[in-house]
Design a protein around this ligand. Structure first.
Ligand code: FNR
Length: 411
């Protein structure tokens, strides 16, 4: 209500309110390479369009005269009560959008009371990001690489920072085919991003055994490589490493951060390493949901990584109902294509317990830093609240398929 009234009062917003102008404004604020990476997706970007189209196709039908003047947006997840069904998705390399990166996002999440899923590939060490959350709940997203020592260290660090859950991302065991990045030749630059978390990790650092030596060799020629070199120097200063060690660290990072050999049985080790609830992110197939339930996982995130991995993958909103059905008692969250408050209502009506917001908050970060992220969060929640009120639904928990137009339940 507050935001809607302020809007009528004529305050000029920092960030555009609607999704398309928000993305357009972000494009003006980000470098060409950064915008291509953030906005871009796999292949012909059909899955990204399908994600949005599924929300477009799904229609809501309101009830009248039910007295929906006061709404309760809160949801209960994994034994905790959260202010609303909105969490911020894990996004690596936020430094591409703003120098304060994850720290700005964490401060915004704290200011708005919204949980934040910290990325393995954050631009700042998780201890600093968690401190910026200032007590507002955070989860930790894990990329499970080929070095169990590093993976375990990440999990233990996350536990020490007070993370409430571990989210294992399963859809990025190989990096997707991303034409926008390929065409700009920006992969070498992008590969050097997202390494801060690793450089701050004692086990990862113990693997670097190159003797301290001055950087040699000829100067890099292409602009992308020059940026990598500058990036390396900055990281070397921050993490007190030689540029030779930094180069070795980047090579090691690229070689070990993912593990396409990962299988279901590996999850038993993660269960031994932590007492925290474990969620699987990137679940699309009902059989995988059933397997997760059988193996005692704690929750699922239906996600196709915003369409960035497989071109032609099913839209998440279309995959959601069958996954929810197969998951039994496991809470199911969803992301990929959430752009507005009414999108949250649709996802919850189809059985999601909560949603993760991705690109829109990174756009807000690029446009106006912490304040931009705050405004994006406030807009989405304000619209969700209004949508509930106008639907005649008094609480987020009460949303179900009865608010959906017949024949619009996903498929
Ligand atoms: C991501 N995503 C992601 N997921 C994850 O588990 N760890 C990560 O480090 C990242 N990094 C990342 C970077 C960028 C630039 C983007 C756009 C996305 C995926 C993210 O968590 C989420 O699944 C998608 O962003 C959801 O799609 P939409 O809503 O952004 O289209």
């Amino acid at each position: 209500g507050e935001i809607f009234v302020q809007g009528l009062g004529g305050r000029r917003p920092l960030v555009p309110t609607a999704p398309a102008p928000l993305e357009a404004a972000a494009q003006r604020h980000l470098s060409e390479v950064a915008f291509a990476y953030v906005a871009g997706s796999a292949g012909a970007e059909r899955t990204t369009r399908a994600n949005l189209a599924a929300f477009e196709r799904t229609k809501l039908v309101p009830r009248r005269l039910v007295g929906s003047h006061a709404r309760d947006l809160s949801v209960t997840l994994l034994g905790h009560t959260y202010r609303s069904p909105l969490l911020l998705a894990p996004i690596g390399v936020l430094e591409l959008a703003h120098p304060q990166a994850d720290l700005a996002v964490a401060r915004a999440a704290h200011a708005e009371g919204i949980p934040y899923v910290l990325s393995s590939q954050a631009s700042y060490p998780m201890e600093q990001v968690a401190a910026a959350m200032n007590g507002t709940p955070h989860w930790f997203q894990l990329y499970w690489g080929t070095d169990d020592g590093v993976t375990r260290s990440f999990v233990q660090r996350a536990e020490r920072t007070g993370a409430q859950a571990i989210v294992v991302t399963l859809d990025t065991t190989l990096l997707g085919w991303r034409p926008r990045d390929l065409d700009l030749g920006s992969l070498p630059f992008l590969r050097a991003q997202g390494i801060a978390q690793y450089l701050s990790d004692p086990v990862f650092r113990s693997r670097l055994n190159v003797p301290v030596a001055p950087a040699g060799g000829s100067p890099p020629r292409s602009p992308a490589l020059l940026r990598v070199a500058l990036q390396h120097l900055a990281k070397a200063r921050t993490f007190d490493l030689s540029s030779t060690q930094i180069r070795e660290a980047c090579a090691r990072f690229v070689a070990t951060y993912t593990n396409p050999a990962l299988g279901w049985d590996d999850l038993a080790r993660l269960r031994e390493w932590t007492r925290l609830p474990i969620l699987l992110k990137g679940i699309m197939h009902p059989e995988d949901a059933r397997e997760a339930a059988r193996r005692g996982l704690d929750g699922l995130v239906v996600s196709n990584h915003g369409g960035r991995q497989i071109d032609g993958e099913q839209a998440t909103l279309d995959a959601l109902p069958a996954v929810v059905e197969a998951a039994g008692d496991l809470p199911v969250l969803v992301d990929s294509g959430i752009r507005t408050g009414s999108d949250i209502a649709k996802a919850l009506a189809l059985g999601a317990r909560a949603v993760l917001l991705g690109r829109p908050y990174m756009y807000g970060l690029g446009i106006a830093g912490e304040a931009g992220v705050r405004e994006v969060i406030r807009n989405v929640i304000a619209e969700f609240d209004l949508t509930l009120g106008l639907l005649g639904v008094r609480s987020a928990r009460a949303l179900d398929a009865s608010v959906l137009a017949p024949g619009e339940t996903g498929q």
